[in-house]
Design a protein around this ligand. Structure first.
Ligand code: OXD
Ligand code: MN
Length: 597
């Protein structure tokens, strides 16, 4: 008798009508076969799905060029389809599940004709972890199948693990005809189902990533008492060899990957990588918060990645491994057959083709690599991989770092007064937008906990959920806000960032272990400058002060904007969040009882 899984695959095949169905086993041989297929058989227009890169300098690396309209997440085409619109909240596009299914059935009818349907069995999280989830994705393009093998733990054992269960996570994906007018990413949270058509781009097509591990998982976490977060996980080793684990939420393309693999500028300190994008956080029996990374790969932004900004990433990309490494929409050096992007070390190659396959004119203003061009690489390649990465229990978290990209207003680092205040700091976070999603770059938008595009339910309830989790923690992590992006009067970044961010991490670790005191400001606790290790940095005292400047007039305006945002969720915004908001507003209106402004 067919299992529920087999039946589901059969039903989807009846609708999408592929020529063939291929059940993947996640093996190395199979990945090679899929790459061969992508090089020889599958194409986007005339362009093969994969092109082999220079195997000497970039071992096991392949190049992929996407459809030119398909280069980033499309938030306006992404829907949460819960029967109750209020559950999705104003932070999500909403469609009734019946209407969404009807629409998707029409678009999907015969969409895999002439193609192969790949059945991908994968696990988000280590298979032995009590927090892991068994999933199946169907897709009709080798690029997605190979990417999923890098990004997740894919193997045929997952099929046995699912056995006769019906509650496995389901993803149905087809690139359709790449028509942006027929592109939708639909989430059905109660069915653990994601249905995506028309795009091959990572966040729209690798359904285990943003779609399941954030949007649907956040909803599961809300119901089951845990958190699915847009966070890196890292271990910070101090000179005595003690490792403190922290998570950090930063919006897309704000340096999470660099932070996760940071090469410390301070002697004796070392960062160990556990994840660069997603953390699932559970309250442990010991009352601490435990984190696992459900993913197994890194899907990072290429431009700006160099030996200076992220040497460990370049080592990761060049490490030979039985997982292939993919480059998507970078430039291509025709003479050497190597990928290239703006910001990579060395001279600009003479003969480049750009991400659209055209000869690149270096005197033009256009970029050779798309600003959101990406690499996809196994986390196992990373020289900084933590030995705890495969620990099914995860790691205990001592600090949560929340940040955004703000050229003004937000101090370099602030510690919250307590959990509730920390949740407020996260809830009001704003960030200037980047190229990771298809919208205007550089606009300020509120992006609470970097989750605005990924919270699969009403954000007001999400804030409440954070507050509730705090009540369950007997040893809660401290919560910090960071901002690496403040600029001076000439518009230049003041803080050097990258490897120098260890200086901020060191202060955070010192605070976690009560090694240093802090100073109170209306926004929270900031370092006594003697405790922030700045030796060897080329920053004047004035500029350093500017990094922590709190301008009451600007804050009065900011508070109005925050209020508008929080009001959007009506009475779902918890009273505790309003309490904190009121306290802060009073500080500025009464000229700062907590001092500092
Ligand atoms: C990502 C993103 O790809 O946040 O991680 O857009
Ligand atoms: Mn991300």
């Amino acid at each position: 008798m067919a299992t529920p899984l087999e039946k589901w695959v059969e039903e989807q095949a009846k609708l999408t009508k592929p020529d063939k169905i291929y059940w993947c086993d996640g093996s190395e041989d199979e990945a090679r076969r899929l790459i061969e297929i992508g090089m020889k058989e599958e194409k986007i227009g005339d362009v093969p799905i994969f092109q082999e890169l220079n195997q000497k300098s970039w071992p096991n690396a392949y190049y992929h060029r996407s459809h030119p309209t398909d280069v980033a997440r499309t938030e306006h085409l992404t829907y949460v389809c819960h029967p109750d619109k209020e559950v999705a909240g104003s932070n999500n596009n909403w469609m009734h599940p019946d209407e969404a299914k009807e629409k998707m059935r029409k678009l999907s009818d015969g969409c895999m004709k002439g193609r192969t349907m790949y059945v991908l069995p994968y696990m988000m999280g280590h298979p032995d972890s009590p927090y892991a989830k068994a999933c199946i994705q169907l897709t009709d393009v080798s690029y997605v199948a190979v990417s999923m093998r890098i990004m997740t733990r894919m193997s045929k054992e997952i099929i046995e693990k699912i056995g006769t269960r019906e509650d496995f996570v389901k993803g149905l994906h087809s690139v359709g005809d790449f028509d942006p007018n027929k592109r939708f990413i639909m989430h059905f949270p109660d069915e653990h189902l994601v249905w995506s058509i028309g795009s091959g781009y990572g966040g729209n097509a690798l359904l285990g990533k943003k779609c399941f591990s954030l949007r649907i998982a956040s909803w599961l976490g809300f119901q089951e008492g845990w958190l699915a977060e847009h966070m890196v996980i890292l271990g910070i080793e101090d000179p005595k060899g003690n490792v403190t684990y922290v998570t950090a939420a930063l919006p897309s393309a704000c340096g999470k990957t660099n932070l996760a693999m940071l090469e410390s500028a301070l002697p004796g300190y070392k960062v160990w990588t556990l994840g660069d994008d997603i953390a699932w956080l559970n309250v442990g029996p010991d009352g601490r918060l435990w984190a696992i990374n459900p993913e197994a790969g890194l899907f990072g932004v290429a431009p700006g990645t160099s030996m200076k900004t992220n040497p460990n990433m370049l080592k990761t990309l060049k490490a030979a491994n039985f997982y292939p490494t993919l480059f998507t929409n970078t430039g291509l050096d025709i003479d050497t057959n190597e990928p290239w992007w703006e910001g990579l070390d060395g001279a600009v190659p003479k003969n480049l083709i750009d991400w659209q396959g055209k000869v690149w004119d270096s005197s033009s203003n256009s970029k050779a690599a798309h600003p959101n061009s990406r690499f996809t690489v196994s986390i196992n390649n990373s020289p900084t991989l933590s030995k705890e990465f495969d620990n099914p229990k995860g790691v205990p978290i001592s600090a949560i770092i929340l940040g955004g990209r703000r050229t003004q207003l937000i101090p370099l680092v602030t510690e919250s007064f307590n959990w509730q205040h920390g949740v407020y700091l996260g809830a009001q976070t704003g960030s200037e937008t980047t190229a990771a999603a298809a919208h205007q770059v550089g606009q300020l938008r509120r992006d609470p906990m970097a989750m605005l595009p990924f919270c699969g339910y009403n954000m007001g309830n999400y804030f409440q959920h954070w507050l509730n989790i705090g009540k369950k923690l007997t040893q809660p992590p401290k919560i910090f806000s960071v901002n690496w992006f403040r600029v001076d009067d000439e518009g230049k970044f003041i803080w050097p960032g990258f490897g120098e961010n260890i200086r901020v991490l060191k202060w955070i670790v010192d605070r976690v272990h009560n090694r240093v005191k802090a100073e109170e400001t209306p926004l929270g606790l900031v370092p006594d400058m003697r405790d922030l290790e700045t030796g060897g940095l080329d920053i004047s005292k004035e500029k350093l002060a500017k990094l922590f400047e709190i301008n009451a007039e600007s804050w009065k305006q900011e508070l109005q904007d925050i209020e508008k945002f929080l009001n959007q969720f009506g009475n779902r915004t918890p009273s505790e969040i309003w309490q904190e908001h009121k306290k802060l507003s009073e500080q500025f209106n009464n000229n700062g009882e907590r001092g500092g402004a």
